[in-house]
Design a protein around this ligand. Structure first.
Ligand code: CA
Length: 228
């Protein structure tokens, strides 16, 4: 479940450097050289994070960040601003426009990757590759394995994503449509009852280890993962 990172940068050398490092870290890089092409990528599919250059030809990075924050659909996409400016006032302006973090050029790839990981971990814990444990389950995103009280589970890809989302968002109730957005992705036209089908499969897989009760139905609202 590699995160999709949209790179918005007009300088080809920096764009290539970003794409190289992002790909090396196991993410998928989507490249855009200006705000207009960034918007056209975003309208097709929401990226998991945007690395956004401040100085772009035409619409600036700050302006693009403001537009994304003003729209319901794009409001929550994590944004890291890239800029050559070091001025403190500009930094504040960048963060006020809605950026989650800020990095000044020239940057070290290591630092940039650390920032990307930190923002993803904070904003989308299910996109992190860290092992999560809860209620006797241990899920490893890197090996795609789930250990349930000592037994390895055999989960389909959707059940795996669903469980990963639940484990990183425990104790909260999610409606079927929220789960579709979060686990299946937006712009995906699947019926809400599809969620029920995959919940059933997930519970069946958890049943032998006695962990199926972790996935709870909240009548009239949706589902909740609870280890308490
Ligand atoms: Ca630039």
């Amino acid at each position: 479940m590699a995160a999709n990172i949209l790179l918005v940068e007009d300088e080809p050398a920096i764009q290539e450097l970003l794409a190289f490092n992002v790909t090396q870290c196991g993410y998928r890089a989507i490249q855009a050289y200006d705000a207009a092409s960034a918007m056209s990528h975003i309208s097709r599919a929401l990226p998991d994070l945007i690395l956004l250059d401040w100085m772009l030809p035409g619409t600036s990075g700050v302006e693009l960040a403001r537009r994304l924050r003003a729209e319901q659909r794009t409001r929550n996409i994590p944004i890291i601003m890239l800029t050559a400016r070091t001025d403190e006032r500009d930094k504040i302006l960048g963060l006020e426009s809605g950026a989650d973090d800020y990095i000044t050029k020239p940057f070290s790839p290591r630092e940039l990757m650390a920032r990307i990981r930190a923002v993803l971990r904070r904003r989308m814990p299910q996109m992190s590759d860290e092992t999560v444990s809860a209620g006797g389950l241990e899920l490893s995103p890197t090996t795609h394995r789930v250990n349930a009280k000592g037994a390895m589970l055999d989960l389909g890809p959707t059940e795996f994503r669903l469980l990963h989302f639940f484990m990183t968002h425990a104790e909260r109730v999610y409606s079927r449509s929220q789960l579709l957005d979060q686990v299946w992705g937006d712009h995906v036209f699947v019926e809400e009852r599809t969620v029920d089908v995959h919940i059933r499969r997930l519970r069946q897989a958890l049943e032998p280890s006695g962990c199926d009760g972790l996935v709870q139905t909240v009548r009239g609202s949706g589902y909740r993962f609870s280890a308490s």
